[in-house]
Design a protein around this ligand. Structure first.
Ligand code: PDD
Length: 286
């Protein structure tokens, strides 16, 4: 059975969905996106994703084509139409398809944005990666300077994943000026003497929606949290490490550049935080 996807106001079988070759998302990566997870057919932290989407659009001077309520309705309709029980909803908004390729932004009065959403089924709660933990390698962070905006410029992170695969690992942590920024598609954390350490918010990293919730739950559960940059060397000497994202929740990192952390299995703090995160975020799902 083919998926039903959403394109510019229409729900269509995926084979019939079309976007123009002049679309600026396609030609210039002039687009922002969100990934919202679904568990038991319900959306996790939709409000957080809607708020970050609005911020991304504002930062790029793109008008919001739909209200948060309208977007919520589309997300729910896609869950319904595709019978999605567990997985993600991907949303992308581009600056639209002007008549010609041009570096100048098109007039938004003439060129409406392109809005695309689709579902992707995936086991998130009982994920194999969470059982074993993941291995990461370190790579230079060669992305642009506004990583706080969730744009679709994902070529370098995608190359990072391939470098990790080639090295027999699962993912890459990016390093700038000796300090870890984040994973290719997740935020990065280490744990030392029970304290959870993760880079502070700024333009250098994406302001993860899972990060915000996980840190809130960690503090509420009396874990000590420190938001500051950490070096790769510090990470390799940590007791535990983990990543967060909408598609991985909280997932342990068990080795960095071949150096095993702890006993090489998911550690107690990250494991507990994953349980707390899943329990709490599901309570607030809509
Ligand atoms: N990625 N950092 C980067 C670079 C990311 O791409 C992501 C999310 C995160 C975590 O953000 P959040 O907790 O809001 O998912 C951090 C998504 C899942 C993706 O590209 O598929």
């Amino acid at each position: 059975m083919s998926r039903i996807v959403y394109v510019n106001g229409e729900y269509l079988p995926e084979e019939e969905a079309r976007v123009s070759v002049f679309d600026r998302g396609f030609l210039m990566a002039d687009a922002v996106y969100e990934v919202t997870s679904v568990v038991d057919g319900k959306l996790l932290d939709f409000a957080g994703h809607a708020a970050r989407l609005e911020r991304s659009l504002n930062e790029l001077d793109m008008a919001a084509p739909l209200s948060a309520d309208a977007l919520l309705e589309i997300h729910r309709e896609l869950v319904r139409r595709n019978g999605l029980d567990e997985g993600m909803i991907y949303l992308q908004i581009t600056r639209g398809a002007p008549p010609d390729r041009d570096f100048v932004f098109p007039d938004p009065e003439v060129t409406p944005p392109t809005v695309v959403l689709f579902t992707q089924a995936k086991a998130l709660v009982d994920s194999p990666a969470a059982e074993t933990g993941i291995k990461v390698i370190s790579i230079d962070d060669m992305r642009w300077g506004r990583r706080d905006i969730k744009t679709v410029q994902l070529l370098y992170p995608s190359m990072g994943k391939m470098m990790a695969k080639a090295a027999g690992a699962d993912d890459a942590w990016m390093v700038e000026d000796g300090l870890v920024t984040e994973g290719t598609s997740n935020n990065a954390y280490i744990i030392k003497d029970g304290k959870i350490i993760t880079r502070h918010l700024g333009n250098e990293i994406l302001h993860g929606i899972t990060r915000a919730a996980a840190l809130r739950f960690a503090r509420e559960s009396q874990f000590e949290v420190e938001e500051r940059p950490f070096t790769l060397e510090e990470a390799k000497e940590a007791d535990e490490a983990f990543v967060t994202s909408a598609s991985t929740f909280v997932t342990s990192v068990v080795s960095i550049d071949g150096v095993s952390l702890g006993d090489g299995a998911p550690g107690p703090v990250a494991t507990r935080l994953r349980e707390i995160y899943i329990e709490e975020i599901r309570k607030a799902s809509i």
